[in-house]
Design a protein around this ligand. Sequence first.
Ligand code: THU
Length: 141
Amino acid sequence: MKLSEEKIQELIREASKMLMRSYIPYSHFAVGAALLCEDGRIYTGCNIENAAFTPSNCAERTAFFKAVSEGEMKFTAIAIIGGKNRKVTDFCAPCGVCRQVMMEFCNPQTFQVITAKSQDEYRIDTLAQVLPDGFGPGNLS
Ligand code: THU
């Protein structure tokens, strides 16, 4: 599905708002995400760090887990934005673990990963492009 320019802008705006919610006392690197469901709902997420480091959660997974825990199972796109000290100077690529979580719930051929540097500087890739030959639920069926 081709996203409208307005929808892309809305997702980037919602993801950007989450930069202020990131709990980042250790890395000081804030990430915000906005996940668009097929039913039109948007779930946002921020990264949440932990003194023990490994329990930290990325913004993308926060958004996915919020959505799935509310009963959502069909997803269209996610916008991601991030930067040191909450200032965005570059694109923020989703980490490998978050790509794998996307693989669990999304069609890799159609799910769109929007990485944004600003409201009008963004790129869109499919999940298959950012996670080629991904291992997913289909491999176990
Ligand atoms: N982070 C995300 O939230 N998403 C990503 O895809 C990349 C990394 C977070 C994890 C950690 O809190 C901080 O950014 C630095 O790695």
